[in-house]
Design a protein around this ligand. Structure first.
Ligand code: PRP
Length: 206
């Protein structure tokens, strides 16, 4: 069995749809129940639903041979795994956002709230801008509203969350999308199988 870690949620559902189209169907995963592991001996796959930010942990440690992870997680955690394919789904961007009209005068340390301290830290280090990083775990948009930070570095998809909280994009950091990743040892030992799956998925994208 090829062990595949799927991110629980909308993105995972969409990627399972792509895998199904690519010939890696698993009927049991389509049942509305709360199980987390599903396998189909006929197609040789075992899927499991994982919290999206945990996918790289399963793949890095070899509990999964391959998985689907957002580029944001890959950039933030820099796990030791192979990035095989841009799935061109889950497309969004990492951006700096803040109150409308905010201008960084560089007069004092900039306070930046984020779930992604490595990405944010690297972005400002390149500009040689002193920042104080405030690591939060969610609802990042609250930080500048309540004066906890000056700006945020966060994911923007539709921009709705920012707009509805009176914030706006100030700078783009980088584009984000879902990636197919592989455990390096699994890739070495199961190269043909993993390559075949990658190519079939690439055909789906085309
Ligand atoms: C993400 C992100 C933004 C929102 C952006 O939050 O942190 O808050 O989605 O989407 P939009 O541009 O389409 O509005 P998520 O739903 O993961 O929640 P959390 O970070 O607050 O946990």
């Amino acid at each position: 069995m090829l062990n595949i870690a799927l991110p629980k949620g909308r993105l995972g559902d969409r990627v399972y749809g792509m895998l199904k189209q690519a010939g890696y169907e698993c009927p049991s995963i389509e049942q509305p129940d709360r199980r987390l592991i599903f396998e189909n001996p006929e197609t040789g796959v075992r899927y499991f639903w994982v919290k999206p930010s945990d996918v790289t942990i399963y793949v890095e440690r070899g509990a999964a041979d391959i998985g689907i992870a957002g580029k944001d997680i890959l950039l933030e955690n820099r796990p030791e795994l192979y990035e095989l394919l841009d799935l061109k789904t889950g497309v969004c961007r990492m951006a700096v956002a803040g109150p409308e009209g905010f201008r960084d005068t560089r007069e004092r340390t900039l306070r930046v709230a984020t779930k992604f301290p490595h990405i944010a830290g690297g972005f400002y280090a390149e500009k040689a801008r002193d920042v104080e990083l405030i690591k939060l775990n969610g609802s990042i948009e609250l930080a500048p509203i309540l004066g906890l930070s000056d700006v945020i570095v966060d994911i923007v998809e539709t921009g709705k969350t920012l707009a509805e909280n009176g914030l706006t994009v100030l700078e783009n950091v980088c584009p984000i999308s879902a990636r197919l990743v592989a455990n390096p040892a699994s890739y070495r030992f199961r190269t043909d199988e993993i390559r075949r799956l990658t190519e079939r998925l690439a055909d789906q994208i085309r």
